[in-house]
Design a protein around this ligand. Sequence first.
Ligand code: FEO
Length: 177
Amino acid sequence: SSRKNKKMISKNLVEALNGQIEMEAYASFLYLSMSAWCESKGLKGCASFMRRQSTEENVHMLKLVDYMLDVDTCPTVPQIKQPPVDFESIVTLMNDVYIHEKKVTKSIHQLVELCNKEDDFATFNFLQWYVIEQREEESLMRDILDKIKLIGDGPQSLYYIDKELEAINALQNTGVQ
Ligand code: FEO
């Protein structure tokens, strides 16, 4: 499509979208760090699950980059702060993921609110994908935490938690979840 038909987005919105790019990129790095930690503890199922989440966050970031380019705005590729490298346990790690996803959801909702305020219907529409994605991610993480609570967090539980995450990951690979 021709350039002159593209609608510019407001300065506020450009800033907010750049902020969201940073958030998704940080999530990708955080989850990669978590994946590495899991792998180093022999939790291969958890490691694969977190690696997958990391890749998904990278896709979320790229979708924002592409959208900004599509509306003729150059996105800012951010500096990413160092994510934690050590985690107390797999239970606290998964809980950290859930907390982080809730933060992302809040940020997406604030972006949607800003679109409303600025009558930016195109960006509002674009962000609906993220609204759905966040609802699904929060629900998935809640399910995982519920399962971990049922299994318990003693040393013997790690094997079963890892099996559970492996199964969830396999389901996601088939596109069932
Ligand atoms: Fe892209 Fe899980 O937030």
